[in-house]
Write a protein that binds this ligand. Structure first.
Ligand code: FAD
Ligand code: NAD
Length: 326
């Protein structure tokens, strides 16, 4: 039996890895150039820039064990960033004991490690799927990519809903899952400054702000681009309002916001903007872990089913694999 997994983010990779460990045959498809999904860093001449996931924490025993293995394999490292918070107009130190990990040299490294030795068809967008009552057929444009006895969608909610829409009559039980948007957008901007900002902090949690949620000094992470790079994440409300804006409009706003939070003038040498349409979990989304419908030979996993965050996406994929392999 060959299982098709659409989506090579951390959820799809964890699912594929566990299925193979349990003796199953798996093919993974992803529209991206490489595996990673929202755990992706942009390559530059001097190192990587993290525009998506910034770091991850491990609260569960299962994910903790996985992180220890990745540490031993040098695909992740600890990020010892000095944390601060910007709250009610004040930037203040906010130290904590949280252990934060990043992929090295890029965020996708642990995802790629999970997929080592597993068939991955990258640059392969699945445009449509069909279920004939027994098997699933996958299509990229008009090209049929094969027939599979099980299908796993390891995709953001809205992208899974789009693919499943033509099958909605067969899969009416899924309708409730797609009734409200689970993932909200995020504009991410990397600003390269001409001069180092004289500041002790490398990570700033921006609280209850009309525009921002997070700032990070990328050069404090191992393996990242040289120079003074600050990453700006706009919050979901701002990002939704400016969803169709152009990068040329967003970059100067990010620079003005960084200046506001740092409380000093900055000069920007270069910027990189990325719009994540489906980024962060909406607040009131039900957490089911994963979805498996054996009668439809269909499974769904991903962060949006398990409370957002890298760890939860990993656990969602891992748990779905265990259910499918029974
Ligand atoms: P994804 O990573 O989105 O994987 C889905 C994959 O499906 C993608 O690779 C995509 O290319 C592929 N795909 C989609 N449609 C198709 C199709 N039709 N055909 C083929 N392939 C397709 N989490 C943290 O824990 N810490 C953080 O600091 C953090 N910061 C974040 C900041 C940002 C800006 C964003 C966007 C996310 C952040 N997250 C963070 C969340 C974290 O990145 C996600 O929870 C996690 O990476 C989701 O993994 P996933 O496998 O569920 O989905
Ligand atoms: P975590 O435990 O470090 O942070 C969880 C939350 O606790 C933070 O969002 C922040 O509000 C608060 N916090 C943590 N340390 C703090 C400190 N020193 N000072 C002030 N506040 C602090 O990490 P986690 O639970 O693994 O969450 C991952 C991070 O990913 C979160 O910051 C989350 O907001 C972020 N995220 C962002 C997006 C996006 O699209 N921008 C999407 C998913 C997750």
């Amino acid at each position: 039996m060959t299982i098709a997994i659409i989506g090579a983010g951390i959820a799809g990779a964890a699912c594929a890895h566990e299925l193979v460990r349990l003796g199953k045959q798996v093919v993974v498809f992803d529209k991206g150039r490489a595996a990673g999904g929202r755990m992706s860093s942009k390559r530059t001449a001097t190192g990587y820039l993290d525009l998506g996931a910034q770091y991850f924490t491990a609260r569960s025993q299962v994910f903790n064990q996985q992180c220890q293995q990745w540490l031993a394999d040098n695909v992740i490292a600890r990020w010892h960033g000095e944390t601060a918070r910007y709250d009610q107009g004040r930037l203040i130190a906010s130290p904590d004991n949280t252990v934060r990990y990043i992929g090295v040299p890029s965020m996708q490294a642990p995802v790629q490690r999970l997929l080592a030795g597993i068939e991955l068809q990258s640059n392969c967008r699945i445009d449509s799927i069909r279920f004939d009552g027994v098997n699933w057929q996958l299509y990229s444009g008009d090209t049929q990519l094969g027939s599979f006895q099980q299908l796993i969608l390891a995709l953001p909610q809205q992208q899974a809903a789009q693919l499943l829409a033509p099958c909605s009559a067969q899969l009416s039980l899924l309708a409730a899952l797609f009734s409200q948007p689970a993932l909200l957008p995020c504009w991410a901007v990397d600003l390269e400054l001409t001069q180092a900002a004289a500041l002790a902090f490398s990570a700033i949690f921006v609280k209850d702000d009309p525009t921002l949620s997070w700032l990070a000094r990328q050069s404090t992470k191992p393996g990242r681009a040289a120079g003074e790079h600050w990453l700006v994440h706009f919050n979901a409300a701002f990002s939704a309002q400016h969803l169709e804006a152009q990068p040329e409009q967003i970059a100067p706003l990010a620079a003005a916001e960084l200046q506001r939070i740092l409380g000093r003038a900055i000069a920007v040498k270069a910027s990189v903007c990325h719009r994540w349409r489906y980024a962060q979990q909406a607040e009131d989304v039900a957490v089911t872990g994963f979805v498996y419908q054996p009668e439809a030979a269909l499974g769904l996993c991903g962060d949006w089913l398990n409370g957002g965050r890298v760890e939860n996406a990993f656990l969602s994929g891992r748990q779905l694999a265990a259910a499918v392999a029974v």
